[in-house]
Ligand binder design. Structure first.
Ligand code: IMP
Ligand code: MG
Length: 337
């Protein structure tokens, strides 16, 4: 096999998920040239909201590349619910997106079974999405799980990722993660975490090595949200307002997301540990409409007079840890950056 070049850009979420990775994936797919999009972790616990040609789509398993007509692959860092996956394919096809020919599932991906869903549906401690994610990963690591290659309905979508990445052609992959750093199985606030690797480390578990990674796009929001059982939102009324303005409800479960100011230390840690090269802060307009600007630094709330003061504070801090100011983007709640 002759070696064509393999390169990969990675999108990671720097907070607790729901920061707008789908939007950045869609932006990168439509402004750059990728041969493949790879979903590298998580299952149908994720909900990606994408506005494509003025139409709203919510995907769970399937990466955003499919909207740009780019072959999209679900890698073995993920778990797949075959029933939900097929429903998603049908939904996309009905919305005019060619999903049947452009979506692939790695044959070594583990599947979520009816028993996994029933078990996760009863979970109360963590406040999971109840989609069977945790039990499926548990069985994968207990070596009692089922891989996609043994599931009849998934046969038309199966690929061997070694063949896909190393066919000898040039391969340029956009790797799109699910959830976020604060939910990462190792670096999140255990046990209030998901069951997969939400970092660049998770991306390179899908058959493409670290040396192929070029850009790492870290996605954050101008404030934080978290869904689950731990106490996250402070009492002040402003957080309800931010949640209302930002329409902070889960795309998968419809649960109200808890809201807080952005935590500077979590952000810096996630940027460093992921080797982030570009940072996007989404939903600046939500704080503008809510009329409040603040962050948490070293455990203390730091208020700002206005938008520019908050943006300069953040930019200065990120430049200090090695991010070029030209690679920091403040973005609004709409298509594009
Ligand atoms: P699980 O991933 O369904 O096991 O849920 C574990 C924790 O991660 C819970 O707090 C969920 O609310 C959270 N979670 C899982 N997927 C997402 C997501 O896509 N966005 C935000 N939170 C998520
Ligand atoms: Mg989401």
């Amino acid at each position: 096999m002759e070696g064509g070049r393999v390169e990969m850009d990675v999108i990671v979420d720097l907070q607790y998920g729901d920061c707008g990775k789908g939007k950045i994936a869609h932006f990168l797919c439509t402004t750059r040239k990728y041969t493949h999009v790879l979903r590298y972790n998580g299952g149908c616990n994720a909900g990606h909201t994408i506005f494509h040609k003025g139409k709203k789509f919510v995907t769970h398993h399937i990466p955003a590349g499919v909207f740009a007509g780019i072959p999209s692959v679900i890698g073995p860092g993920c778990v797949v619910d075959p029933e939900k996956f097929l429903e998603e394919i049908t939904g996309l096809e009905e919305g005019g997106i060619s999903a049947k020919t452009n979506v692939f599932v790695a044959k070594n991906v583990h599947v979520i079974t009816a028993a996994h869903k029933a078990e996760d549906g009863k979970e109360t401690k963590v406040g999971t999405t109840g989609q069977g994610n945790g039990p499926a990963y548990r069985d994968k690591f207990a070596r009692t799980g089922v891989r996609a290659e043994h599931v009849l309905e998934l046969q038309p979508f199966l690929v061997d990722l070694y063949d896909m990445w190393y066919s000898g052609k040039e391969v340029r992959v956009l790797a799109e993660g699910a959830q976020g750093f604060g939910l990462d199985i190792d670096w999140g606030d255990y046990p209030y975490v998901t069951s997969s690797h939400c970092t660049v480390g998770g991306a390179i578990l899908n058959g493409i090595p670290h040396s192929a990674v070029k850009e790492v796009w870290g996605v954050a929001k101008m404030y934080e949200t978290y869904v689950g059982k731990k106490d996250f939102q402070p009492k002040d009324e402003i957080f309800n307002k931010i949640g209302d303005v930002g329409e902070e409800f889960g795309a998968t479960t419809g649960r109200r997301r808890q809201t807080n100011w952005m935590d500077m230390q979590l952000l810096e840690k996630a940027i460093r540990m992921n080797g982030v090269t570009h940072v996007v802060f989404n939903k600046v307009d939500v704080l503008r409409i809510a009329g409040a600007w603040a962050i948490i630094d070293e455990g203390k709330v730091v208020p700002f007079k206005g938008e520019e003061a908050m943006k300069s504070f953040i930019t200065e801090r990120l430049v200090k840890i090695g991010i070029s100011a030209a690679n920091i983007f403040f973005s609004e709640n709409k298509e594009g950056i």
